[in-house]
Design a protein around this ligand. Structure first.
Ligand SMILES: Cc1cc2nc3c(=O)[nH]c(=O)nc-3n(C[C@H](O)[C@H](O)[C@H](O)COP(=O)(O)OP(=O)(O)OC[C@H]3O[C@@H](n4cnc5c(N)ncnc54)[C@H](O)[C@@H]3O)c2cc1C
Ligand code: FES
Ligand code: FES
Length: 479
């Protein structure tokens, strides 16, 4: 039995935990305001909000794509659809969309409204740029974005003045959300919502689901009949913490949580920008680190990112725990150094010193909401411009997420200058084996990696390396 609150109504259902929330709200609950289009997390028409108790009185709300959201994960949560924020009349956000001509066929509009409502509920302060980021997973096919931007600007302006202190009450008084939201924490407590289970031994007949953003794209029908185990309810996997030598990130931590983590930001100040390139806000709110690592996509963004931080991965089953370098996790295409009964528990990052520099680059066909053609990361510790330690990774250029060991060896002990960068590009080119596919030809990917290595050094050592000095060599030097 799955129990949760849908808008202001308690729900108990025996529907399959491996079915998706979109089907429940449209077909079982009859709420048709949430739209269905791609069913792959790509369009945002199905966006809803999910609220989760973080203590007895406080709920955190996030936007998510209901087409990829497993129903079984809704136990003890507040699920909010467009109907759940409606009043008798349009609220100021809905009215702004109408007044600015930001809705024509209206198919995308509920998704935009839900993404923005989640943003207003979850952000500490309101500003236009962040509100625009909040709709990075919503696509409109007919209106044109200028009118949507105007509507968002208008509402931000309205709320900016008033939303301080007690945000929930302020949003209620502006009719952005209805009054019943105030009663939801008590109702979720009644559902005994935050009774969580410990990490369980793996039963290999079970399907392990973390965020589900890979699994529910690949084989949604298959999951409906499966015995599904949800890692998101296992608290040991969902923390970020640090000691005096390492920072640990649980495998069940959501990508958006990593992006907003103060602990991670201390290590990687630009984490916010780097992880903004990962999918969209609703996908990041749902997708986990562990899912990205185990998915083993050769272009997985977090995999490439963390490979260059020389991290170790912790995996466990009922009988043993193992910890080893992340680069040794990937054996061949989608083949991992992991038994079927193993759960990935955490990544362990050595704390970086002030001498460490880190950079991540991603090239995709679109800047946002797209997977990479080629991505790459580097961490470098240099002393008086001599490289002491370096870790370099690249995605999309080999059957596995690649740790460029030979390139790193080449760099150690060398001075940071254009000649060194040109040299490491040649070594990297010999170390990779890209294939031509929909994301680009082999030659294009080789060129991209060269450009990304250029970008690493130009960004990290602007006094030593610039584009002009790097371009002073011919294509022949690479091939
Ligand atoms: C629209 C869209 C855009 C995307 N954009 C990007 C992008 O820009 N960059 C990118 O890298 N990826 C992207 N992805 C892919 C996907 O979101 C990520 O790979 C995500 O991190 C997967 O995590 P998850 O928790 O949803 O995995 P799930 O789908 O839950 O699981 C994936 C696999 O990992 C296994 N698994 C999960 N956690 C564990 C664990 N702790 N231990 C053992 N096994 C585990 C599951 O059994 C399953 O086999 C995108 C996906 C979509 C739908
Ligand atoms: S239907 Fe397109 S994101 Fe869900
Ligand atoms: S209003 Fe038609 S898709 Fe956006």
């Amino acid at each position: 039995m799955i129990t949760f609150i849908l808008n202001d109504q308690p729900i108990s259902t025996e529907a399959s935990p491996g079915s998706v929330v979109l089907d429940f709200i449209r077909n079982d609950a009859g709420l048709k305001g949430t739209k269905e289009a791609c069913r792959e997390g790509d369009c945002g028409a199905c966006t809803i909000m999910v609220g989760e108790l973080i203590d007895d009185d406080t709920i955190e709300y996030h936007s998510v794509n209901s087409c990829l959201l497993p129903l079984g994960q809704m136990n003890g949560k507040h699920v909010v659809t467009i109907e759940g924020i409606n009043h008798a009349e349009l609220n100021p956000l809905q009215q702004a969309f109408v007044d600015e001509g930001a809705t024509q066929c209206g198919f995308c509009t509920p998704g935009f409204i839900m993404s923005l409502t989640a943003y207003f509920l979850s952000s500490d302060s309101i500003n236009y740029n962040d509100a625009i980021t909040a709709v990075d997973g919503n696509i409109c096919r007919c209106t044109g974005y200028a009118s949507i931007q105007r509507a968002i600007a208008r509402v931000c302006q309205l709320l900016l003045k008033d939303i301080t202190g007690d945000k929930l009450n302020a949003l209620i008084s502006h009719k952005i959300i209805p009054t019943y939201f105030k009663q939801i924490p008590a109702k979720l407590n009644e559902l005994n919502a935050h009774n969580q289970t410990d990490i369980q031994p793996v039963d290999i007949s079970q399907e392990i689901v973390a965020g589900g953003t890979d699994l529910f794209v690949q084989r949604p029908d298959d999951l409906i009949d499966k015995d599904v185990r949800f890692l998101s309810s296992e608290p040991g996997l969902t923390d970020i913490w640090q000691d005096d030598k390492f920072c640990y990130i649980g495998a069940g931590v959501k990508i958006e949580t990593i992006r907003n983590s103060d602990i991670v930001r201390k290590q990687i100040p630009k984490i916010d920008d780097y992880f903004r390139l990962f999918a969209s806000t609703p996908i990041r709110n749902q997708a986990t680190l562990g899912g990205n690592l185990v998915n083993a996509s050769p272009i997985g963004d977090t995999t490439i990112f963390f490979l260059a931080l020389n991290v170790r991965i912790g995996i466990a089953n009922e009988n043993e725990k193992r910890e080893f370098k992340l680069k040794d996790f990937y054996v061949s295409y989608k083949k991992l150094n992991k038994k079927a009964i193993d759960i990935v528990e955490y990544l362990k990052l050595p704390l970086l010193s002030s001498q460490h520099k880190f950079n991540f680059e991603k090239v995709a066909k679109r800047t946002y909401l797209d997977i990479a053609s080629v991505n790459s990361a580097v961490s470098i510790r240099a002393d008086a411009n001599i490289i002491q330690e370096v870790h370099l990774s690249a995605g999309g250029v080999s059957p596995i997420p690649l740790y460029l060991a030979e390139s790193a060896n080449y760099l150690v002990g060398r001075e940071v200058n254009p000649q060194t960068v040109r040299g490491v590009c040649r070594v990297a080119d010999a170390e990779i084996a890209p294939i031509s596919d929909v994301r680009g030809s082999e030659i294009y990917k080789r060129l991209l990696l060269r450009q990304l290595i250029f970008a690493h050094f130009i960004n990290l050592f602007p006094d030593n390396v610039n584009l002009e000095s790097l371009y002073r060599f011919t294509e022949n030097e690479i091939h």
